[in-house]
Structures are given as C-alpha cells and as structure tokens.
Design a protein around this ligand. Structure first.
Ligand code: ADP
Length: 452
C-alpha cells in the first residue's frame, strides 16, 4: 500500500465524521476545516513514518532471504515495528549461522571423500564422474577412463542405480601392466553434499591374486613332486607281488630303485620343512655371530664322498683373518652345503670346484664364492633360479637327486641374514654363485662401561 493510501486509511474515519458535522451544520465551519486539515496532516506524517519503517523491515527480510549478513541501514521508529525489527535481526543471524554450518558440512563431505586412503570415484545422478579422490588419481591416474569404460563396472553401476544396493565388479585392466581391480558401487540415498548419487570404491587386487596363484601353484608343484616317486613305488610294489615274486635278482634291482625314490621323497619333505621354518623367522635377523672359516672346514670334511663320486677336485681358499658374520650357524651350513652340492652336481665331472671365503672388498662382511666348470646356465633362466621348483633341466635335476628347492632355501636364508646373493654364469664355461654376509657389529661401549 502506498503512502497516500495508508494516510487515507488513518485519516478517513475522523475526516468523514468532521465532514458529517459540517454538513449537518452542527459544528462551526472554520474550526472544523482546521480540524480536518490537522487530521490529514497527522495522518500523512504517520503514514510517512510507517512506510519508512516498513521499507526498513522489508529490506531486512530481503537480505535474510538473500543470505547476506544483516547489517541494519536504519532503525524503525514505531513501537511494534522496533520489536519486529529485533526479531527479524535475530532470525537473520541464526539463518546466517545455519548457512555457514551447511557450507562447513558440505566441505567436510568433500574432505572425507578426498582424504580417504581408498581410491574413490563419485558419480552424479546421470552416472557421469563427479570427482575422483586423490587416492584414485594416484592409483589409476591415466587408466581412469579405461576403468570407467570397463563393461563389468558399467554393468555394476547400472545394477546399483536400479536396485539401490551395493554392487561389485571384478575387472582385469590389460594395459600398460595387467592389473586386477575390484570395484564396489555404493548408491548414496540421500545424495552426498556435492550431489553425488553413488560412490565407486576401487581396490587393486593384483598382488593378492598373484599370492593366491603362487600358493595354488606351490601346492600343485608339491603334489606333483611327491606323486612321481610315489607312483613309481606303487608300481614296483605291484611288480614285486606279481611278476617278480619269484625273481630274487629283479627284486634286488627294484628294491634299490624303491630305496632311491623313498629317499627322494624324504629329501623333498626335509627341504619343504626347512623352507617353511626359514620363512617363519625371515623377518627376524639372526642374533648369533659365526666364524665362517671354521664352519666351512667342518662341512668340507663331510663332502669327501660326494666329491669322489664325481671325481671333482675342490680348491678351497679361506682367508685367514675373516671377520665374524651375523648369522645362524645351522642355516649358514645349509647355504654352503646347497651351493657346494649344486657345484658338484652341475659342475663338470672330473673338473674343479673353487670354494672361496674372503673379507668383502669395500663393505664390512665376508663373501662366499663357489665356482664350477659346468655347462653353465642360459641367461634367461638366471632371474628365476631362486623360485621354488624352478629348474633349468628338470630331468637332469631329478637324476642328480635335486628337489628344485636348494636355491630357494639359500635365497630365504640370505634374506634373513640381510645379505646378498648373486649368480653369474657363462654357457660352456661355468657358474659362479656369490653370497655376501654382513659383519657382526662390534659391541659399542655403553655409557656406564666408560670409566669416569
Ligand atoms: P635342484 O635341487 O634342482 O638343484 P636348486 O634350487 O638348487 O634345485 O637349483 C635350481 C636349478 O638351478 C637347478 O635345477 C639347475 O637347473 C640350476 N642350477 C643351480 N646351480 C647350478 C650350477 N652350479 N650350474 C648349473 N645349473 C645350476
């Protein structure tokens, strides 16, 4: 209502009454006209004040609506209006505080998504990518489009949007390196603060799957390794009971073979047990200190029969003042034994095996070097020799009584000792295996041992 209208409402009734008095000639003309003039003037002044106050209040309301901080441009003058203005101002302050809180919650939502350690992708209602958090960018960066285009994931997203329940997908990304990725699509109802309607949680399962496969392969390998000698034992038992029952010379031959097969199974089980015992403690370095020279001298004495069997000359060179190394004596015996055993097994029959232990050059510790003059190992096999059951020539290894676990045991023992293993080989010339072991750290005097 305009100012004139408001004035007319206020002045209307008294002016009409005064006009009525005038018309009936009940009041004198001049004073009545004066009264009408004063009434109109008062009404106009009131209307002016009133409309200013209303303007002030409506300005305040507009600012509350627009979420601006409500600083008053002026104060209403009319009594009821002042109270109303106070109420409005409180309302405005509360509303501002609430919008600040909402903004803070919205940002908190964003921070949670961004900082979670799992790779996350937020999807909008139209299934477009709203945002990928830092873990997702770090883990999938350039592969992200390939992940999002993957048909398995697209199908899981469709199912999740349709059913409003969490759906999962397993994908294999072939390039640049094959990766196995698990995704969970979690619908968000109500949507998260930035409008995200679903969150895709990704996890890289490549390592896990590789470990699973390795375990399965290992069990398959062990079963296979045991089955071969077992099958031969069962076959010979049948033969001894049947066709060879009355043939003592054949029985002797078969029993000898059966003895070998049983010994092979025994060796395999011994090696498997050593390997699992070593793996169990691999994370704890040994605490003992070992004199390698003494250890090697004792071991070599027991090797004589094996050397004679293959007419191998052993050229032993053990440095006099070897540093003591950190170690578990039993395990280090196993290392020396497996390396010597391989050199004798795969070295040239009638050749020489050099066995050397010396202080390491340039670093504190000792180096064991075993060199043979065998056929050597083709280059492509070198990186895989320490895998369980990996053999260059399976039938040769079996014929020589190998289990395929010797170098795996050596690698795990050397790892536990925080040492280093290296294998060099040249076809037709021979193979050299080196093991470096760190020196025992001399006990430093503690403060209380130092005389004052
Ligand atoms: P195995 O019981 O078969 O000897 P290892 O783990 O000790 O098992 O060795 C794995 C394979 O590495 C062997 O089967 C053999 O093919 C190869 N190898 C190891 N040492 C030598 C060596 N000194 N010369 C040639 N080949 C070797």
């Amino acid at each position: 209502m305009g100012m004139l209208g408001a004035g007319a409402v206020v002045a209307g009734v008294p002016v009409a009454a005064l006009l009525f008095l005038l018309a009936m000639r009940w009041a004198p003309v001049a004073p009545t006209l004066f009264a009408i003039g004063m009434t109109v003037l008062a009404a106009m002044l009131f209307a002016l004040r009133w409309s200013r106050d209303v303007q002030v209040l409506s300005g305040t309301i507009r600012r509350v609506g627009a979420d601006e901080s409500a600083s008053q441009p002026g104060q209403p003058v009319l009594p009821g209006m002042q109270r109303l203005a106070g109420d409005l101002e409180r309302l405005a302050r509360r509303s501002a505080a609430r919008s600040a809180l909402i903004e803070q919650l919205r940002r908190a939502d964003g921070t949670v998504v961004e900082r979670l350690p799992d790779p996350l992708i937020v999807l909008a209602a139209d299934r477009s990518v709203g945002r990928a958090n830092s873990a997702a960018r770090a883990a999938f960066g350039a592969d992200m489009p390939a992940v999002l285009r993957h048909p398995e994931l697209r199908a899981a997203i469709d199912r999740a949007f349709a059913s409003e329940t969490t759906e999962t997908a397993d994908m294999t990304l072939p390039v640049p390196v094959p990766r196995e990725v698990h995704a969970a699509v979690v619908p968000m109802d109500p949507p998260i603060a930035d409008g995200g309607r679903a969150v895709v949680v990704l996890s890289d399962r490549t390592r896990e799957r590789a470990v699973e496969r390795m375990r399965a392969d290992f069990v398959a390998n062990v079963s296979h390794e045991l089955r071969t000698p077992l099958a031969s034992l069962i076959g010979f038992i049948d033969t001894l009971r049947g066709p060879a029952a009355d043939d003592p010379p054949a029985q002797q031959r078969f029993l000898a073979i059966m003895g070998e097969q049983a010994a092979r199974m025994n060796r395999l089980i011994d090696d498997l047990l050593s390997l699992s015992r070593i793996e169990l403690v691999e994370h704890q370095p040994p605490s003992g200190s070992v004199d390698l020279g003494e250890l090697a001298t004792r071991l070599i004495a027991g090797f004589e029969p094996r050397l004679r069997e293959r007419s191998v000359q052993l050229d032993v060179r053990i440095q006099g003042d070897l540093p003591a190394v950190v170690g578990d004596a039993d395990q280090l015996v196993q290392v020396l034994q497996n390396l010597l055993d391989n050199a004798v097994k795969y070295g040239r029959e009638g050749g020489t095996v050099r066995f050397e232990i010396a202080a390491a050059a340039g670093r504190a510790g000792a180096v064991i070097t075993v060199t043979d003059q065998g056929a050597g190992i083709p280059r492509e096999h070198l990186p895989r020799l320490t895998e369980r059951f990996y053999r260059v020539d399976t039938s040769r290894s079996r014929a020589a009584g190998g289990t395929g676990l010797g170098l795996a045991i050596v690698k795990h023992i050397v790892n536990r000792h925080r040492g280093q293993l290296s294998i060099e080989s040249e076809e037709g010339v021979g193979t050299t295996v080196r093991v470096w072991l760190p020196q025992t750290v001399a006990q430093r005097p503690v403060a209380s041992d130092i005389p004052a």
